[in-house]
Each structure stands twice: as C-alpha cells, then as structure tokens.
Design a protein around this ligand. Structure first.
Ligand SMILES: Cc1cc2nc3c(=O)[nH]c(=O)nc-3n(C[C@H](O)[C@H](O)[C@H](O)COP(=O)(O)OP(=O)(O)OC[C@H]3O[C@@H](n4cnc5c(N)ncnc54)[C@H](O)[C@@H]3O)c2cc1C
Length: 420
C-alpha cells in the first residue's frame, strides 16, 4: 500500500513516522519547501541570529533513512485526481497513491493594502521568509515594524530587534495588546516591557498602506496610518493572521470551509483522502497550533491502517478536539491566561464577579484572579475561581490551574497573591 503525504510540516511528518513502522506500507512525502522539517516556532531565533537554520532542523538524514520515509523537497503538488488516485507535481510528473494525506498547513495573510507589494514588506511563515527578512535587516537596519500585535507579531518584533533593527514599532488595531488574554493592567505592563526592549507599541491604530523610498520606488520605506501619521520602516512584517492552504482540496472537489473539512477520523469528504494540521477543519474549528497537529496525526495514520484492513477497529483512534494550551511566552515573558480572565464592561457592571489583583512594584509581574461573587451556601460560602492572569512568573501556574473552576475562599486566593 502506498501513502502519499502533501506537506512536510509537523503534521505531515508525524503521519509519515506513524505509518513507517508497518512493513507493507510505503510512504512518500512531497513538499514545496526546500528543506526538511524544522521548527516553525523557533523561526524568530533564526531571524534574531541566536540560532542558525541547521540548529532548528528536527531530524538528521539518518532518521528518514531508518524510517524509510522519502521526502521530496522543492516539489510543489499542483493537482489531485481523486478518481485516478494520482497527484500531479509542478514538473508535470504524476504519482499514484492508495491513500492521500493533505498536510498542506497554512499561509500568512498578505492583505492587499496599497504598497503591500513593494519590496521590504514581508510575512514570516517559512525559513526562506526568515532568511530574506534577516538579510533585509542587515542591508537596511535603520527602522523596522510589525503590523499586528498578536503573539506572533510580538515575537517577530523582538526578533527584528535581535536582527539589528535600530528602531522597531508594532502597530496594533485593537485598543491594547492581546485583548483576549490580557486586561488593561496586564497589557500596559507588556507594552512597558516591550518599550524597555526598545520596541514601541502603538495600539488602536489602523495601517493604511506603505510608502515607497524617495530614492527607489520599488522599495517600501514607511508605514502610513489611517490617521495620516507616517513612520519610517525599511523592513515590515505583516502579522495579520493565517489561512489554511485549501486550494488543492477545493480543486479536487473536497468539502472545504475555512479549512478542509474532516470527520473524527481525519477523513475528508473522500474516504481515501485525509487531512491533518493547520489545513484541517474539524467541527467548525481550524486550530492552527502544534498540539492539534500532534493529536490529529496519529488519528489519521491509525485510521488509514484500519481502512486498509491492517488494524482492528478497536485500535482506530478518534479525534475529539484539542484543548488549547494556555501557557505562553511573549517576548520572553511568562504568561498564563485562563478562563474568564478578561471581563467585558457588561460583565463587570453586573457585580457578579470579584477581581483580586497584585502588581509587583517593579512592574515585572502581575496576577489577577476573577471569582464569581455570589458565595453559595452549597459550596460552604466559597466563591468559584472563573479566570486568572499570571504574568511574569510561572510560580503559581500549577496551583491556579488546579483551582480553576473549583470553589475557593477569597482569603485563600488573597494568600496566593501575597506569595512570591
Ligand atoms: C513564527 C511562528 C511561531 C509559531 N509559534 C507557535 C507556538 O508557539 N505554538 C504553536 O502551537 N504553534 C505555533 N505556530 C504555528 C505552528 O507552527 C503551526 O501550527 C504548525 O507548523 C502547523 O503544522 P502543519 O504541519 O499543519 O503545517 P505547516 O507547518 O504549515 O506545513 C505545511 C507544509 O505543506 C507544504 N505545502 C503546502 N502546499 C503544498 C503543495 N501544494 N505542494 C507541496 N507542499 C505543500 C508547505 O510547504 C509546508 O511545508 C507558529 C508559527 C510560526 C510561523
């Protein structure tokens, strides 16, 4: 049985690895990338120059040899024929399969803002992107910016600083950084620590477009905001979200929404074709995070084996849904945001919640607990911990994780806040 996998990201390679132990199965991976699997999460290190491309490669060539996995790099797939069970490569060659796995991942959004096609405007998704940005920073180190102050944008900004950019700015459309994870107090501390790194954060601003350099009209040298302010920027990273790579699936007639629609066995609308990772949508959700890819890959491989009669039904896994991880690192700062951590003005106005806070005097740490304010007789007069923000330290992460959703005393939570 021959399984073809399109995409050598973490999802595709994990499916390949899980299938490789089965003697009667041969696995071939095709990828548009020019390199073997590397850690996308660590790309900012390469941009900052603290790691080199080889440092973040996952497996040595021997690993692929031992597992008998053939990866064809620089081999974009241009079409799928579901009836003839073939794929077509860009060079025109056709390759047959018995089962096909789509692990085509996602691409960074590149909105068509005026000037967004000038040189110096980048997205950061692949190693090639990062190496281009890195050399751009060397050639034009005066000013850089990131459009979008989400987690990835903030990491990119820090990496630009590391890459030698003298001035770095982040432009964020929301009124504060990470509005879903942080309240105003937390976001303001984060802004201050970025400012201490030499990175200016401008929130509540909308980018209108990019202006060409006076001496070279093909090169962008400034960001123009909707409020007419203009900031120099020789290197600009657009960090404005990602979209699943679904074109191949769509052309092959598979069901596609935001991602390629799969069932709980990671099967697409064609039972011989599976989809996993950032390109797959299960129950209306495209996760776009590594834990989802890692959970989906074994489900796909087991079900392919089951479908081919090589594994009993009892061993065919089913995907439930991924529980997102809540511990983050933003610009080197620990951050955990759980449950109802940020109340809406309406929620605050109801008086149904009680917020306990502590800001450490040097501004390096901030913790907040959100308790439901009505102490019920049933739980012994206790409150329920419904949300928390732990910024700047991991010290209370394990304790608070355990308490979330349980009955707690106000004094108990205040005592935790007092501890360092
Ligand atoms: C800078 C950065 C930091 C991140 N940090 C985190 C983090 O901290 N935590 C986290 O959980 N996630 C993080 N992510 C997201 C994470 O990297 C993705 O969720 C993960 O890489 C998805 O893996 P994947 O295998 O589904 O897709 P991808 O890694 O996108 O791989 C898809 C592969 O398919 C190939 N491909 C696509 N179309 C074709 C085609 N037609 N023909 C051939 N090949 C094709 C692509 O070239 C690519 O190699 C980060 C991402 C970036 C960019």
């Amino acid at each position: 049985m021959h399984v073809v996998i399109i995409g050598n990201g973490i999802a595709g390679i994990n499916v390949a690895s899980a299938l490789s132990g089965v003697e009667t199965v041969s696995v071939e991976v095709f990828t548009a990338e020019t390199r073997q699997l590397y850690s996308r999460v660590r790309l900012p290190e390469v941009l900052a120059g603290t790691s080199e491309p080889d440092d973040i490669v996952f497996h040595k060539p021997e690993w692929y040899e031992k597992k008998n996995i053939t990866v064809h790099t620089a081999s974009p797939v241009t079409a799928i024929d579901p009836d003839g069970r073939t794929i077509t490569l860009e060079e025109g060659k056709k390759v047959s399969w018995d089962y096909l796995v789509l692990a085509t991942g996602a691409s960074a959004n590149h909105p068509p803002l005026p000037g967004a096609d000038l040189s110096g405007i980048h997205t950061m998704r692949t190693m090639d992107d990062v190496l281009t940005i890195r050399s751009r920073c060397k050639a034009h180190p005066e000013s850089a910016s990131v459009i979008g102050g989400g987690l990835l944008g903030l990491e990119a900004a820090r990496a630009l600083k590391g890459a030698g950019a003298k001035s770095v700015r982040v432009f964020e459309i929301a009124p504060r950084l990470l509005p879903r994870q942080l309240d105003e107090a937390g976001a303001s501390l984060l802004e201050k620590s970025f400012s201490a790194m030499g990175i200016d954060v401008l929130c509540d601003v909308q980018t209108e477009g990019f202006l060409p350099a006076a001496d070279d009209s093909s090169r962008a040298s400034a960001v123009k905001l909707k409020d007419s302010r203009v900031f120099p920027s020789d290197v600009t990273i657009l960090s404005m979200g990602v979209h699943s790579n679904t074109e191949l699936a769509k052309s092959a007639g598979l069901a596609v929404n935001r991602g390629i629609v799969v069932d709980n066995r990671m099967r697409t609308s064609n039972p011989a074709i599976y989809a996993v990772g950032d390109c797959a949508e299960f129950d209306g959700i495209v996760w776009g995070i590594i834990p989802a890819a890692l959970e989906q890959a074994p489900v796909a491989s087991k079900n392919i084996l089951h479908d081919a009669g090589l594994l009993p039904e009892a061993d065919a896994l089913q995907y439930v849904q991924t529980v997102p991880q809540t511990a983050l690192k933003v610009g080197g700062i620990e951050l955990m945001s759980m449950g109802k951590a940020v109340l809406t003005p309406e929620e605050s106005a109801t008086g149904a919640f009680l917020e306990l806070r502590r800001v450490w005097p040097d501004g390096s740490r901030y913790e907040k607990f959100v308790l439901s304010a009505t102490a019920s007789a049933e739980d012994g007069g206790a409150h329920t911990l419904v949300g928390a923000i732990l910024y700047g330290s991991k010290a209370h992460q394990a304790t608070v994780k355990k308490l979330l959703g349980t009955a707690v005393d106000r004094s108990e939570m205040e005592a935790i806040l007092e501890e360092d």
